[in-house]
Design a protein around this ligand. Structure first.
Ligand code: UDP
Ligand code: MG
Length: 139
């Protein structure tokens, strides 16, 4: 399955704004198949674990507070070349730099509240999918 799955989550700003459906529609129309999905909320502690790789960064505390501030929609997505193709679909971290038509350009509110997550490698896709859904080979 390596190379064929990525992990995403619709972030609290986009869920609260009522953009969950529109974002899922874009994901499906871009050829991704949703193989796992739920509506949930992280504690600040869970968010801290998920973003542990960023713990030395100046934005870490704010990011953990923000990511635990409301509901999120974690998903595992399947497609050839999933990680790279999905990063293209979501656009740059800072929506000011995101390409027109990308999910972040359309829906992000700021560099922090940027609507959606996308794994940055096959290895992290597996780690992140496992974090929310358990062993990915079930999917
Ligand atoms: N982030 C932030 N300030 C920054 C950079 C990142 O608040 O200067 C947040 C933002 O929500 C981003 C997340 O931290 O999506 C993870 O950062 P990363 O560099 O991994 O960006 P991504 O892979 O999500 O594009
Ligand atoms: Mg990242």
């Amino acid at each position: 399955m390596a190379g064929n799955i990525t992990y995403t989550m619709i972030k609290p700003d986009a869920v609260a704004a009522g953009n969950t459906g529109a974002i899922i529609k874009m994901i499906e129309e871009a050829g991704f198949r949703i193989v796992a999905m739920k509506m949930t909320k992280m504690s600040a502690e869970t968010a801290g674990k998920f973003y542990a790789v960023h713990k030395e960064r100046p934005f870490y505390a704010d990011l953990c507070a923000y990511m635990s501030s409301g509901h999120i929609v974690p998903m595992i997505l399947e497609k050839d070349n999933a990680v790279e193709d999905f990063r293209k679909l979501i656009g740059a971290t800072n929506p000011a730099n995101a390409e027109p038509g990308t999910i972040r350009k359309l829906f992000a509110k700021s560099i922090e509240a940027n609507a959606i997550h996308g794994s940055d490698s096959d290895e992290n896709a597996n780690i992140e999918a496992n974090f929310f859904f358990g062993a990915v080979d079930r999917f």
